[in-house]
Design a protein around this ligand. Structure first.
Ligand SMILES: Nc1ncnc2c1ncn2[C@@H]1O[C@H](COP(=O)(O)OP(=O)(O)OP(=O)(O)O)[C@@H](O)[C@H]1O
Ligand SMILES: [Mg+2]
Length: 313
C-alpha cells in the first residue's frame, strides 16, 4: 500500500461489511500523518465515517486532524441539487409553457435511481477536479463494489449522450441565426446552453482521463478470506480490468490471529489458510496486503492507527 501514497485519487471498494470504511479511513489517516493533505470522501448513505471518527461529519468538509478532512456525500441530496441545476439550464433554453412541461418530466426522472447515480458522479467530479489544488490525495470510501465500478464507467455512456446534445443544440443555434453568418461555426461563447453542455462534456472527459491514468488513480479492493467475498472480488476485478481501471492493491481483512486454541478456532484457521492460498493463486498479479482481525471493532483514531500500521507495513 505504501506505493499508493503518491496517487492523487484512491478508491476503496468491496462487498458489504468487509472493511471498506475501516481501511479507507486508516489509509487516509496514515497518508495525512505522513504529511499529505488528504480528503476522505464517503459516498455511503449509512455515513459510517462519522461513527469511525467519533464525530459528526456531513456534506461540508470537516477537519479531523491538521491535514485530514472528511466529507460525507449523499446521493439523495446531490440528486436534489442536480435536478435544480438541470431545471435552471432548461429555464434558459425554453419558453414558460415548455418549461412547465419539462419540469414535470424532470421531476419524474428525478424519482428514478439512475439520476442519483448521475448526481453522485457529478459531485465526485467536483471533488476530484476542482479541489485538486487543496489536496494531495482524495480517498473514496465507496458503497458496495459493483455499483461504484458501474458509476466509474458512466462517463463513457454520458459522453456519447452529451456529445449528441451539443450537436443538436449547435444545429438549433445555427438555424436561429439564419443565413447571415453561415460560414462561421457556432461557438459556445455565443450561447450559454452550449457553453454549459460543453463544460459538462469537458468535465467528464477530464474525469475519464484521470480515472484511467494509473499513475494518478488506483482502485483498492477490500475482501475477507471467505467464499462469497472472494467471488465478488473476482467479479469486481474483472469489471475494473474491462473498464481499464488499475487495481492498486488487494486488502485481505480480518485475518485471524495465529496463537489461539480450540477446535472451533483450528477449523476456522484451516479454512482461512485455504482461502488465502486461493487468493494468492487467483490474484497473483495484484499486490496483496493482509490485515489482522483486532480483538475489538475499529473506531477512534488510536484503533484506526493500528490498522494504518498494518496497511503500510
Ligand atoms: N481488522 C478488523 N478487526 C476488527 N474489526 C474490524 C476489522 N475490520 C473491520 N472491522 C469491523 O467490522 C465492521 C465492518 O467494517 P466496515 O464498516 O469498515 O465495513 P464496510 O465494508 O465499510 O461496510 P459497509 O459495506 O456496510 O459500508 C465494523 O464494525 C468494523 O469495526
Ligand atoms: Mg462502509
Amino acid at each position: 500500500m505504501i506505493s499508493l501514497l503518491d496517487r492523487q485519487v484512491v478508491f476503496f471498494g468491496g462487498k458489504g461489511g468487509v472493511g471498506k470504511t475501516t481501511c479507507s479511513s486508516a489509509f487516509a489517516l496514515a497518508a495525512s500523518r505522513r504529511g499529505q493533505r488528504v480528503l476522505l470522501v464517503s459516498t455511503d448513505p449509512a455515513h459510517s465515517t462519522s461513527d469511525i471518527f467519533e464525530r459528526p461529519i456531513g456534506p461540508e468538509e470537516r477537519e479531523i486532524e491538521p491535514r485530514l478532512r472528511a466529507i460525507e456525500i449523499d446521493a439523495l441530496r446531490e440528486s436534489a441539487r442536480y435536478v435544480g441545476e438541470v431545471k435552471r439550464d432548461i429555464e434558459r433554453m425554453f419558453a414558460p409553457a415548455v418549461i412547465r412541461q419539462a419540469h414535470r418530466q424532470i421531476d419524474m426522472a428525478a424519482a428514478s435511481p439512475g439520476l442519483a447515480d448521475v448526481a453522485l458522479l457529478d459531485r465526485m467530479i467536483d471533488l476530484i477536479i476542482e479541489r485538486e489544488a487543496r489536496y494531495d490525495l482524495i480517498v473514496f470510501d465507496t458503497a458496495p463494489t459493483g455499483h461504484t465500478v458501474q458509476l466509474l464507467r458512466m462517463p463513457e455512456v454520458m459522453e456519447t449522450w452529451i456529445r449528441a446534445l451539443v450537436k443538436h443544440r449547435r444545429a438549433l443555434v445555427e438555424i436561429d441565426r439564419g443565413t447571415e453568418n453561415q460560414d462561421e461555426a457556432v461557438s459556445s461563447s455565443d450561447d450559454p446552453v452550449l457553453a454549459a453542455l460543453e463544460r459538462r462534456h469537458e468535465r467528464l472527459k477530464l474525469l475519464r482521463a484521470r480515472v484511467l491514468d494509473r499513475a494518478n488513480t488506483s482502485f483498492v479492493l477490500v475482501t475477507i478470506p471467505e467464499r462469497l467475498a472472494i467471488e465478488e472480488t473476482a467479479r469486481a476485478a474483472e469489471l475494473l480490468a474491462a473498464t481499464g481501471i488499475g487495481v492498486g492493491a488487494l486488502i485481505v481483512n480480518r485475518i485471524l490471529p495465529d496463537d489461539l486454541e480450540g477446535e472451533f478456532y483450528r477449523s476456522r484457521k484451516a479454512q482461512e489458510s485455504q482461502y488465502l492460498q486461493e487468493l494468492t493463486r487467483r490474484f497473483s498479479r495484484v499486490r496483496r496486503t493482509d490485515v489482522r482481525q483486532l480483538p475489538h471493532d475499529v473506531y477512534g483514531l488510536a484503533s484506526l492507527a493500528l490498522i494504518s500500521e498494518q496497511l503500510l507495513r
